[in-house]
Design a protein. Structure first.
Length: 509
């Protein structure tokens, strides 16, 4: 009989801890919606006690998501658990996830506690959390570098206190698959009461083994895996959601387990998370990379033309790349058709964002011969990121050349609190057209902001000379970083829009 494997996605918590990958509230809500459509079992929505942004995100997602468990993570501290309790109060299926470090190096240098003190605090925290929530998960941080017998003891204490799931973490990606499987087997056979709880694993990718270790743990008997979309996370990242799921799916003969994931939505969420965080997926990345289903070698092309199974062990359709090069909409398409396409792609925008997205779609359709689903996704992703912004791009003019200094004239539409607006126009010089345009925006929004450009990245959303350009910029002000996204077939326009978006995010805080 096949076992069920629960998938806990922690993109919104552990994934967002990656440097400069923070998402605003609207972006987190959209990712949570897509995760629910994917049928993940648990969405770890954030760390409620870490600050107002995570507190608001967990609270908002808890109110919205009905078909998945929503988890908030906490240290084994009562005030952290109180924050989680408050944010999860409206959740249909809440989970409080508590953790404490268990390895000798963490106990000595970080916690400055003895084994028995850590065990007592873990058990007390689980008991406290159970006062508010029937579903409590306990994690042993840095478990792979901990004494295995101590892990067995602390897991038993957590289960006795009411934990429904105990999580064995490879926090620094130190483990190797064979030894990790042996450790999971040891825990299963030497932890009293383990049959009363799910055994979970959470693997980091510092040595590139997070997915391998997670799969080895499943074969050894683990019943929950924790992962992130595109493997996003601190340092080398986490176990990649899409790689884990497609391993279980493609090699079902080996793993002999069941999962609930709708794999046809994997490509969409991969692109969404990449767009919202600004972290590009490398072309050769398994499953979701641009080259994952591309065959350049003549021998490979001949084989695929004869029978796709010669060089494809899974189909692009399996992960949602059905007709991804087909023309679906054009310049004569109306708003209703555009809305229906968004629904088909599981994208839901508010009225204001929908109006703006449709305007951009029409502008794009006038410039671009072929409009594909990937174009539509790129357009929509820009407006998922938009909060109520004070400024929007009205027009721009650029003058540049090989033997002259670049000049830019930028007009911004500035909205007031009363609904009125004014047009602000400024010109500036720069070391190139982009620099000049950004300098003009800085002048238009006023000199009171000390804005510094931290990073600038541009990529094509689709193929071809008329491809949509998607620009991601990061700006800093007073030590804080803010991101912006802009989309257009004109890379200067996309650049200015992304910069204005970042300024709006800065003003919104």
């Amino acid at each position: 009989m096949k076992r069920n494997i629960a998938i806990l996605d922690t993109t919104l918590r552990d994934g967002e801890q990656a440097p400069h990958c923070g998402m605003n509230l609207q972006e987190k809500i959209e990712v949570a919606r897509r995760l629910e459509l994917l049928n993940v079992d648990i969405i770890e929505a954030g760390f409620p006690a870490s600050g107002s942004a995570d507190f608001d995100a967990v609270s908002s997602i808890s109110k919205l998501i009905r078909n998945c468990t929503v988890a908030g993570i906490c240290r084994c501290i009562e005030k952290d658990i109180d924050a989680a309790k408050e944010t999860l109060s409206h959740a249909a299926n809440p989970r409080i996830h508590v953790f404490i470090a268990t390895s000798p190096i963490h106990l000595e240098h970080k916690l400055r506690m003895k084994d028995d003190e850590v065990l007592a605090q873990a058990a007390a925290s689980v008991r406290y959390a159970r006062n508010f929530c029937s579903d409590v998960e306990f994690s042993a941080e840095d478990a792979s570098r901990s004494d295995p017998d101590f892990i067995c003891r602390i897991f038993t204490a957590a289960i006795e206190a009411g934990a429904c799931t105990v999580n064995f973490t490879d926090t620094v990606g130190y483990a190797l698959p064979e030894e990790f499987a042996k450790r999971i087997d040891y825990i299963k056979n030497n932890t009293r009461l383990i049959e009363k709880a799910k055994l979970s694993v959470h693997c980091h990718n510092d040595l590139g083994l997070a997915v391998s270790n997670s799969l080895a743990a499943i074969k050894a008997g683990a019943s929950q895996v924790e992962c992130t979309v595109n493997g996003l996370g601190e340092r080398g990242g986490n176990a990649a959601f899409e790689e884990l799921v497609m391993n279980l799916d493609t090699r079902a003969d080996t793993y002999n387990v069941l999962h609930s994931i709708d794999t046809s939505k994997i490509a969409q969420i991969s692109r969404l998370v990449s767009a919202l965080t600004g972290v590009s997926v490398q072309a050769h990345k398994p499953i979701v990379g641009a080259n994952a289903f591309v065959h350049a070698s003549g021998i490979h092309q001949h084989g695929v033309l004869a029978n796709k199974a010669t060089y494809e062990i899974m189909s692009p359709e399996k992960i949602g790349l059905v007709g991804h090069n087909n023309i679906v909409l054009g310049k004569l398409s109306g708003r209703h058709a555009f809305e229906e396409k968004l629904k088909e792609l599981n994208i839901f925008l508010n009225e204001e964002s929908l109006n703006s997205a449709f305007t951009l779609f029409k502008e794009t359709a006038d410039r671009k011969k072929n409009i594909t689903d990937m174009d539509i996704l790129a357009i929509a992703n820009e407006f998922i990121s938009v909060e109520n912004g004070r400024y929007s791009l009205e027009s721009f003019q650029i003058q540049c050349g090989s033997h002259q200094k670049s000049m830019a004239m930028i007009s911004l539409k500035a909205s007031g609190e009363d609904g009125a607006f004014e047009i602000l126009t400024e010109a500036a010089a720069g070391y190139g057209p982009i620099d000049a345009a950004f300098n003009a925006v800085n002048r238009a929004v006023g000199g009171e902001y000390d804005i510094q450009l931290a990073s600038y990245n541009i990529k094509a959303a689709t193929e071809g000379a008329d491809a949509l350009g998607v620009v991601d910029v990061r700006i800093t002000q007073n030590g804080r970083m803010y991101k912006g996204i802009g989309t257009s077939t004109d890379i200067i326009e996309a650049s200015v829009k992304s910069y204005v978006n970042a300024v709006n995010n800065m003003i919104n805080g």
